[in-house]
Write a protein that binds this ligand. Sequence first.
Ligand code: ZN
Length: 237
Amino acid sequence: MVRFTLFGIPVEIQPWFWLTLAFLSGALTSFTPEAMQYGLIFILAATVSILVHELGHALTGMRLGGGAAKIVLWAFGGLAYNQGGRFTKSGRFWMIAAGPGAGFLLGAVVLLIMIAIFGPHDALNLTGRWLFGSQSSFSHDTIAFVQDRKPLVSLLRSMIWINFWWGMLNLLPVHPLDGGQITELFVKPRQRVHQIAIVAATAVAAFGLWRGDLFMALLFGYLAWQNFQAMKKLGWQ
Ligand SMILES: [Zn+2]
């Protein structure tokens, strides 16, 4: 267990967190030095990104009257708690939105760093290639930089990928992801929140299976099942 304080907020990192990230990085299935190096860089990028996301929740939550905050990083990502205060509905909305917001902001800062290194044209094309696999041509300088500084480029790539795609997935209306918690604020009755989550999570799990992404399929399959159980408890409506 790793424990420290960041901006006055206690942070706890549980062992499962590292294991999940190591699995996601691919470092557990390939033992070449290059894969291990890439795996470590991915774990670093993911840890920083998740911490920034949770700090977004925690700091905004404290400001908006939620009380003292605590951050826990566990198997499937991060949690930020506020205790001892009370949110208004809009306060709660902004506390939830501040997590993904902080992540997208971090992604934008990385994009600015890339613009400083590669110029706007190549920085945007690299981002398009990393996020969507789009094909484009690059200057000789950019190609040489990418080949000569592989660790730095892996770090930039992981930061862009994680902060964009995890941010988008997290905004899906699947309780208890942030998107699902925002749904909960606006959709009544509660059964409806879980019904929406079941449909969205099943669709993402099917998409994961189709893409051969086992982690995505398992995670969203589990979320669909969890929402199904929650709905059963409340009674069908
Ligand atoms: Zn969040």
